[in-house]
Design a binder for this molecule. Structure first.
Ligand code: ARG
Length: 458
């Protein structure tokens, strides 16, 4: 492609270090779409003839059919997907192919292709997250009243409803989707026509190519256009944050499936056995989601470090932008799908969860709150009185509501028999009906609103 300037061809090492085709062949659809939009614009602007443009577009369609059928051939001497397509075009249509690269450079070409690819990845993440949300909302609706222990410090804190707990992940997915949507809106400007770095002297129509490729408008500055990879970083940041949420959910499912918890039974289809211990059922998919989040965060770090300190405009370092994005996208898609399956198909052992919620004095706060409300005791003092009641119950190895009224009155005479109604786990969750609280009534409202937002049947 640049033989005119060179006396010798590249060494084998140069060819190998330079070749991006092993990974950027994933961009072939975007590359062909970009070239078709470009040449149609060149014809409309009378920069190439309509006949040549037709020949080129027909050739590009034939290449697309070939790649669809046989895959993209990998010839390192052709370096990348852009030259691979163009050289095949020359083989297929001859001299006209040489007109395609008028008024563009691989620098604006790759920036365009990659934006199109990342845009699809954002849309795919959004669709996957919507499915995960549907699964969460469905299970939350089934379990608006199921009681489980709520934890802080992984110590039993207060009873909560399982539906409330699942809806916490719905909220995380909602923020993840909005991060991908923000990133998509920022991404959606077209760099094509920025050429190598300075723009072009040909009378191109950048609005036309932008529109043809589904962008909102052309980018504003040609130097920035060919050296900007913010859209890929935005994607990776959203992906990293999303994977971090998925890893928290995965970790909870791993804990819940363990024997000491015994809260859930994971679907067989998303678990593995042990080759030596016949009784085992391992949460490998959840563990891998937890692990993949580390790799996705690594992908973000990798691209940030690649971009850091690069002078304007394009530098070949930027060719290394694609592997971390491709890797993160496939890990994220798998992680979202795996967690969706686990949420949708796990069995929740609600009796066991309720039993666990009764251990660990989870309703101690309810006793303190009762003292505040019924006996007008300041909360700090109520906290102290309740602490004494917990200590007594603990010394006897019994639950708070198993203490007798006499026991409680010995601690504080203002306590009366109405307190027992406040000490059940059902009363405890029902009482927490503040906005965003765990009460079944609030959870059902959240679920109903979410079903509408997701376009589910209500
Ligand atoms: N394969 C290159 C990349 O992915 C395409 C751009 C090459 N540009 C250049 N000036 N050599 O970044």
């Amino acid at each position: 492609m640049w033989g005119g300037r060179f006396a010798e061809g590249p060494s084998a090492i140069m060819r190998e270090i330079n070749a991006s085709i092993p990974f950027d062949k994933a961009l072939w659809r975007q590359d062909i779409a970009g070239s078709k939009a470009h040449v149609a614009m060149l014809a409309a602007q009378k920069i190439v003839s309509i006949d040549d443009a037709d020949i080129i577009i027909d050739g590009l369609d034939r290449i697309a059919a070939e790649y669809e059928r046989d895959g993209v051939p990998e010839d390192w001497s052709l370096e990348d997907i852009h030259m691979t397509v163009e050289s095949r075009l020359a083989e297929l249509v001859g001299a006209a192919a040489g007109r395609l690269h008028t008024a563009r450079s691989r620098n604006d070409q790759v920036a365009t292709d990659f934006r199109l690819w990342v845009r699809d990845a954002m849309d795919q993440a959004d669709a996957g997250l919507a499915e995960l949300q549907r699964a969460l909302v469905t299970r939350a609706g089934e379990h608006a009243e199921s009681i489980m222990p709520g934890y802080t410090h992984l110590q039993t804190a207060q009873p909560v409803t399982l539906g409330h707990h699942l809806m916490a992940y719905y909220e995380m997915a909602r923020r993840d989707r909005s991060r991908f949507a923000d990133a998509r809106a920022r991404l959606n400007q077209c760099p094509l026509g920025s050429a190598a770095l300075a723009g072009t002297g040909f009378p191109i129509d950048r609005d036309a190519t932008a529109a043809a490729l589904g962008f909102d408008q052309p980018t504003a500055n040609s130097l920035d256009s060919v050296s900007d990879r913010d859209f890929a970083l935005d994607y990776l940041m959203a992906a990293a944050q999303c994977s971090l949420h998925l890893s928290r959910l995965a970790e909870e499912m791993i804990l819940w499936a363990s024997q000491p918890f015994g809260f859930i039974r994971l679907p067989d289809a998303l678990s593995t056995g042990s080759s030596i211990m016949p009784q085992k059922k391992n949460p490998d998919a959840a563990e891998l989601v937890r692990g993949h989040s580390g790799r996705i965060i690594g992908c973000l770090t990798s691209l940030m470090i690649t971009m850091k300190g690069l002078p304007l405009a394009y530098s070949k370092d930027m060719q290394d932008d694609k592997p971390p994005v491709f890797e993160a996208a496939s890990l994220l898609a798998l992680s979202i799908a795996a967690m969706t399956g686990m949420v949708a198909d796990s069995t929740f052992h609600t009796a066991r969860m309720r039993q666990a919620a009764e251990l660990g004095y989870a309703t101690a706060t309810d006793l303190a709150d009762w003292l505040v409300r019924q006996a007008d005791i300041p909360f700090r003092e109520a906290h102290h009185i309740t602490g004494a009641a917990v200590r007594l119950a603990e010394s006897r190895g019994i639950a708070l509501d198993a203490l007798s009224l006499a026991d409680l009155q010995a601690i504080d005479s203002r306590i009366d028999e109405r307190v027992f109604a406040a000490l059940s786990v059902e009363a405890s969750v029902a009482a927490r009906a503040s906005h965003g609280g765990t009460a079944p009534v609030r959870v059902r409202e959240q679920v109903a609103a979410a079903r509408i937002a997701l376009g589910m049947e209500t």
